[in-house]
Design a protein around this ligand. Structure first.
Ligand SMILES: [Zn+2]
Length: 271
């Protein structure tokens, strides 16, 4: 998926048709960032680009992060600080020296505070031909609309494919059905969910991969809720699901794992 996207962008670049700014929506910001850097090396390499060029000075400096015409901005602590945006604007008020473009990359643009955001918006509103911008987010809905509308949006994933993994269509449908029911029960909070885990969920879903899929589906439902309501209690629940998803990487007893999961989710609901 990503490779396809970057190949298309490379074609646009060669035809001189790149947009001024792109917003990537991806499930993995760091991975996307790494691939974006590889793409930028392809754009700027002073030799014929080979995978992992380290021969030329430009690629070397890109790898080291020392080239002045490429600036990456990411949250420092909880937010993207205004200083970072000020420095960017200052650096890019000059023409690029070693490269045809000044390029900035903003990871997690939703973390800009209001001042940063307003400064960045001005920057986007007056695009210059020699400046390219890339924004990378996990969720475009959390990025201010005024930014989204000024960028070309590129989705880096096929959501169903990602969730389904190597499960068959039947297995996936089963996971979806149980996920819907599970979510209802978690929110309802009236039932004994350890009973439900044992007698319903684990009777039908027996592999680790199925449970991963189940939790991912529940996660997406809560994420959707959060986009609508911005209720911060939902963040707590998302964090819990993330924790259990990462525990599933180890060989865990699925029954114990789900039981402890429903207890924590209940606590998050204040039960
Ligand atoms: Zn190179």
């Amino acid at each position: 998926m990503e490779q396809e996207v970057f190949n298309n962008l490379l074609t646009l670049f060669r035809e001189n048709k790149l947009a001024h700014a792109y917003l990537f929506e991806t499930k993995d910001v760091e991975k996307c960032y790494k691939e974006l850097i590889q793409f930028i090396k392809k754009l700027l390499c002073s030799m014929e680009y080979e995978e992992n060029c380290s021969k030329c000075d430009i690629c070397h400096q890109i790898d080291e992060g020392t080239i002045p015409s490429i600036i990456t901005i990411e949250p420092d602590g909880k937010s993207i600080k205004t200083d970072a945006i000020n420095n960017l604007k200052k650096a890019f008020s000059l023409m690029p020296v070693y490269t045809p473009y000044n390029i900035y990359i903003i990871k997690y643009p939703e973390k800009m505070n209001d001042t940063s955001f307003n400064k960045m918006l001005k920057f986007l509103e007056e695009p210059e031909d020699n400046i390219l911008g890339f924004y990378i987010t996990r969720n475009k809905d959390s990025v201010a609309n005024t930014i989204v509308s000024r960028c070309e949006l590129i989705k880096m994933f096929d959501e169903q494919k990602r969730l389904q993994g190597s499960l068959s269509n039947e297995e996936f449908t089963l996971c979806q059905n149980i996920a819907n029911e599970y979510y209802e029960k978690l929110e309802n909070g009236k039932e004994n969910l350890t009973w439900y885990n044992l007698n319903v969920v684990l009777k039908q879903l027996t592999t680790q991969e199925q449970i991963v899929c189940l939790l991912n589906l529940i996660y997406n439902t809560y994420e959707f809720d959060f986009r609508k309501s911005k209720d911060f209690n939902i963040i707590k629940k998302l964090k819990i699901i993330e924790k259990y998803l990462s525990e599933l990487n180890y060989n865990m007893n699925l029954g114990l794992l789900l039981d402890s999961f429903v207890i924590e989710m209940g606590e998050a609901n204040g039960l």
